[in-house]
Structures are given as structure tokens and as C-alpha cells.
Design a protein around this ligand. Sequence first.
Ligand SMILES: Cc1cc2nc3c(=O)[nH]c(=O)nc-3n(C[C@H](O)[C@H](O)[C@H](O)COP(=O)(O)OP(=O)(O)OC[C@H]3O[C@@H](n4cnc5c(N)ncnc54)[C@H](O)[C@@H]3O)c2cc1C
Length: 411
Amino acid sequence: MSANGKGAPVLVVGGGIGGLAAALALSRKGIPVHVVEQAPEFKEIGAGIQLGPNVFRMFEVLGLTEAMFHWGAFPEALEMRDSITGETVIELPIDRRFHDKYHAPYGVMHRADMHNVIHDACKQSNLIQLTTSQKVVSIEDDGQGVTARTETGESYRGAALIGCDGLWSTVRSIIVGDGKPVVSGHIAYRAVLPTAEWPKEYRIPRMIIWCGDKTHLVHYPLRRGELFNLVVVFHSDRYEEGWDTYGDPAELHERFAEKCEPVRTLLQKVESWRMWVLCDRPPIKNWSKGRVTLLGDAAHPMLQYLAQGANMAIEDAVCLANQIEAAGGDYAKAFQAYQQLRYLRTARVQLMARVFGEVYHATGVNRELRNKVLREWMTQGGWDMSWLYGEQPELPHVANVPLPAPTRLAS
Ligand SMILES: Cc1cc2nc3c(=O)[nH]c(=O)nc-3n(C[C@H](O)[C@H](O)[C@H](O)COP(=O)(O)OP(=O)(O)OC[C@H]3O[C@@H](n4cnc5c(N)ncnc54)[C@H](O)[C@@H]3O)c2cc1C
């Protein structure tokens, strides 16, 4: 018998990385799930995503390690350069020592590959029903279960409901009602290129971040080294609601006009960009109401400066499934326990992401001081990211995720 005791599914609104991870984690506990996605297909955008050791532990719990290793790329180092002078500020090897510290790798993946891996695992489960082209517009919790109604007039009944509907969450607007997300004034342009089109001197298995005043650029290989991902961020007053809009190259080149020659050359490699207006919210501690809760960006949207939004959504999924199992069918209790276990961790990542954004985009004396302090930091033993990458008490213990094979780049 399922955790809800009656066999009614848990409704998951939104089939992004968070929603599909939630569906998979619940199904692994024997709980039936119905995922309702507004888009005509389950799909992710064409861009890269960084994956910390913390999420590789969750892949191990969900039985996805092998598939993620197959599609991922595993850089040998993270390098930070000053985008005005071109000099290297710090270098962090992602080597055996790194692995011995966190007992899991650091990887990068094409989002579509990662989403496909989770989607394929969902399709293999007879406990997961997947519905597309249905935008949920209202929900009603009557104490015995939850009914979700869609734009086209369909209604779905579940024992409980998890809103995994992202930054502009409808479910959040109903159960929390705290208005629109905070527009940061930062804009991201993203592009993916075949490795053959990427300049030879940068065809190396490294994540390189070029930090300048009010801008940064990051690039790394994807898909076993067959592709390169490029993300550019700059401050701008331009605000267009939503995601995945065409990015105007003229504004980009203007913002990077004062940067060093390699940065300007790398930007010239891309003809067509997609644009995102970056938003977050201040942390909250209550994102559940009765039989309804939130997960991922719907609960705790964050800026991308720690590269952890999707990582957090997948941690949420594993934690939530454990709490539902432990509560034996009492969803309201499970949802309270889940948010209590998660809100300080996710709040810390939300707030630290803003701080890292300030560090990357430092100007003038702050920029010089940043470079000096980071270099001193490295000579004093390097940085410790255990608070982020280390094991968490609310998540299952995973002794060790294997070390993946190093990525070799297509020449
Ligand atoms: C530039 C940039 C770089 C980033 N880099 C990283 C990184 O390196 N690492 C990392 O971990 N994170 C990164 N992130 C953050 C990450 O992309 C998000 O945190 C993550 O995608 C959130 O997943 P989600 O499933 O919660 O939401 P989403 O991915 O937004 O998915 C929400 C889903 O719900 C659907 N939906 C919405 N409303 C409804 C509705 N009413 N009814 C039905 N369906 C609905 C949507 O169509 C969508 O499929 C980055 C973000 C940006 C902008």
C-alpha cells in the first residue's frame, strides 16, 4: 500500500528538474505520483548546469549515478581570472583530494541530458503518470485530498500536492501569496557551442570564470567534452518577465568593451544568445499549507552565483520523500517536517548566492581587495565549502560516490 493509504496519487505541479526528481523520489518509496506540466513536452533549455558533490550523493540515492556519469563532463579544476587584467586569481583543483574531502565528484552537464535521465527513470516507473499541456490555475485542499484545476478545464485529484512550478509559481501565489520575485538587475546570456567551434587554447577540461566589474563570464565543457557552455552575466536595467528571451549582442558587447582581449574574443564566438532576467526572493520558513507544499525554485528561488538552484531542488525531493514515508500517510505532518528540515539550509544558499554575486562583480578597490584576499586564502589552505558540499543531517548518508573518469575533449 502507498504512503497515502488509499492509492490516490500525489499531484506534482511542474515537470522541471525539481518536479521530476520529486516524482522519482516518491515513486522509489512506493508512492504513486501524477505530474502535471504546462508545456507540450517535458523538456529543458539548451544550457549547461553545474552539479556539486551534494547533488551527486542524491543521484546515488535515486539510482542515477551511472547515467549522470555517462552524460556529464568532469573538469579537472575551477579557475578564476580577473577579466580586466586577464590574470589568474585562484585555481581550485577538482582532484582526488577534492574527492577525498567530499566523497563525491563535481560535474557539469547539459540540462537536457540531465532532465532526460530523470525523465527516462520516471517513464520506467509504473507509479508515475505524466501529463503535459495542462497549466494548473487553481487548487483546493478539502482536508481529505487536493483538487487541481487547469486552464483548459481539466481537474485532477490527489492525496496531496507539491508545487514544483518554478520561480513564477502559481501554487506559491495561492498558499504563500507574497507577490512577485525580486528582480536583481542582473541579466544572463547563455549559449552552447560544439567543441570544434571553441578556440583551441580554451579547449581544456576546466571551468573558467572571468570576473570583472559588474560582469562575469564562465565557460566549461559539457556532454563528455563534445560541447562548450558559455554564460555571461552583467548588470542591466532591462527587465522582461519570463525566461528564454532573445539576447541582444549589442548590449553585451557594450558591457564588455573594457574587458581583456581573450574575453572579448570569446564573446565574438557566439552569434545567437538566449537571455534570462535573474530573480530571487528573500528566504521564508513556511511554504506549506495543509496537504500542499512547495519544492525547488517555487519554495526558495535563488540567484545562480553558487550554481545550486537545481541541486537544492533535488535535495528537497529526497528529503520530502523520506518525510512522507516517515509520516505514514499524514501529509500535513510530513510537509511541516520537510520544510522545518530544509528552510535554514536553503535560506543560507539563497543569501550566500547574493554574496558570491557581489564578489564576482566587485568594482574598483573592492575588486583589487577581492583578488588579494582570495590569493591569501589559497595560500592558507584553500577554501572550505563543507557547509554546502558536505553531508546534511536531513539527507540520507552516502559513504562514497565513485570517482568518474576524467573528461577528454574532442579535438
Ligand atoms: C543563468 C542560470 C544559471 C543557473 N545555473 C545553475 C547551476 O549551474 N546549477 C544549479 O543547480 N542551478 C542553476 N540554476 C538554477 C536552476 O536552473 C533552477 O534552480 C532549477 O531549474 C529549478 O528547477 P525547478 O524544477 O524548481 O523549476 P523550473 O525549472 O522552473 O521548472 C518549473 C516547471 O513547472 C512548469 N510550470 C510552471 N507553472 C506551471 C503551472 N501553473 N502548471 C503546470 N506546470 C507549470 C514549467 O513549465 C516548468 O517545466 C541556474 C539558473 C539560471 C537562471
